[in-house]
Design a protein around this ligand. Structure first.
Ligand SMILES: [Zn+2]
Ligand SMILES: [Zn+2]
Length: 424
């Protein structure tokens, strides 16, 4: 008796993209690349694994990402390694490691790839998820914040995401953030018992994180006692925020001020933003970003202003209006009868492919009728038929799968004739 082997399944929180969905993702990535090219951003590809300390230093010790969600392990040399939970820290690390800070001017970089966080899997939240993001490093100019948001808008529009909302806020500089933390701690004093257990820990360790608690009771309670971050902005940060807003107004980009918006990462300063969509509920953003003026120096580099965003691919895909479907189809399918015809067909299929024409042939020894059905099913524009007569006459019968018209073309000029027929 044959032993029945158990099947292995994908890990919880990870997902296979089958061809149809992968095709959509590729299309989205191509649209994003077009947007990046128009805005002058170049691609950066960094490793998926990094030293854990990179993320602890940048994202912050008291954050959920670092404390609860990172995939961290000791490698064979007992070094602490983490799968990247986001890419900003990696991009800044690479920017410094390769001396890009020595070049004058702005470094405009983008990335596309998988990130990893051990979250409870649910719709739009996977343990391996994918981001498309940008980092513009080397300027404090508020117009850069507006440009980055304009790029995000251009990309979401090209994806056909309709009805999203941009929420905007400013956290101010380090000094403002310290005042903000002190003010928030003061407002929470004596009231922290109304908050969840996580928030009680945050109150002591990293009080700003109370602002992005996802628990409903914490969100309601904080709204009653905390007016927002704007009151803590110094004159310079206030001017910066006003300039970002007027730049967005000039660009006719709609946004709403969200006075409680802080992001779940410590490195943000000044402008923060988030894009939400009703299809994902109130909590989940399809994209988010902001300014991080201290991160480059925190990671050992010079003082450099910087700003970026990341789009969550799974979430963006959920928010797309009218997802385009349909098969790609191929140019030509070669159907054959008999061994000699198959050998000729197999050679011709390779010649077509070499000429850049997408072509396929049967691999299962099926009947001619079944081969023609297969040609139809994979969306072939043309079918070539090779049987005894075609071998004898050194000519190939070609059928237009749409009009059903047939013609005969000489074997010698087969590839060039097919090329001509396809461009007609
Ligand atoms: Zn300030
Ligand atoms: Zn809470």
């Amino acid at each position: 008796m044959k032993e029945i082997k158990t099947q292995i399944q994908a890990l919880r929180g990870t997902k296979d993209l089958l061809p149809e969905e992968a095709r959509l993702w590729t299309a989205l990535e191509e649209k994003a690349r077009k947007g990046f090219a128009c805005f002058g951003f170049s691609e950066m590809r960094t490793p998926i694994i990094e030293e854990s300390s990179l993320f602890v230093r940048s994202i912050g010790q008291g954050t959920d990402i670092v404390e609860k969600q990172m995939y961290t392990f000791l490698d064979r040399g007992e070094r602490s390694i983490s799968l990247r939970p986001e890419a900003t820290a990696s991009v800044v690390r690479a920017y410094l490691e390769h001396g890009m800070d020595k070049n004058t001017g702005l470094a405009k970089l983008f990335y596309i790839g998988p990130m990893f966080r051990a979250e409870r899997p649910q719709a739009g939240r996977a343990r391996q998820f994918h981001q498309i993001g940008v980092e513009a490093i080397g300027s404090y100019n508020p117009n850069l914040d507006a440009e980055v948001i304009a790029l995000l808008v251009a990309i979401l529009d090209s994806f056909n995401v309709v009805g999203y909302k941009i929420k905007l806020n400013s956290l101010g500089c380090t000094k403002d953030k310290n005042n903000l933390s002190a003010g928030l701690r003061e407002s929470l004093e004596g009231k922290i018992n109304d908050f969840c257990d996580d928030c009680k820990v945050r109150y002591d360790k990293n009080v700003l994180r109370v602002l992005d608690c996802k628990e409903e009771r914490c969100k309601n309670a904080i709204r009653k006692i905390f007016q927002g971050t704007e009151a803590y902005l110094c004159p310079e940060c206030k001017t910066h925020f006003d300039s970002v807003r007027s730049a967005l107004d000039i660009l006719r980009i709609d946004y709403q001020i969200e006075p409680h918006l802080v992001r779940g990462l410590d490195y943000y300063t000044k402008t923060t933003f988030e894009v939400t969509h009703h299809k994902l509920g109130a909590q989940d953003a399809i994209a988010a970003g902001g300014r991080y003026d201290n991160l480059v120096s925190d990671l050992g580099g010079p003082e450099k202003g910087a700003c970026g965003f990341a789009i969550g691919m799974e979430r963006a895909a959920m928010a797309i209006h009218d997802i385009p479907t349909g098969k790609e189809g191929i140019d030509i399918f070669i159907a054959t009868i008999g061994d000699e015809a198959y050998r000729l067909g197999f050679r011709l299929v390779m010649e077509l492919r070499k000429a850049g024409i997408s072509a396929d042939i049967d691999y299962e020894g099926r009947s001619l009728k079944a081969q023609m059905r297969a040609a139809d099913k994979i969306g072939a524009r043309l079918a070539a038929l090779i049987g005894g007569d075609e071998i004898k006459n050194h000519s190939i019968t070609v059928r237009n799968m749409h009009t059903k018209e047939q013609s005969s073309i000489p074997e010698r000029s087969f590839v060039s004739e097919i090329e001509r027929m396809l461009t007609k």
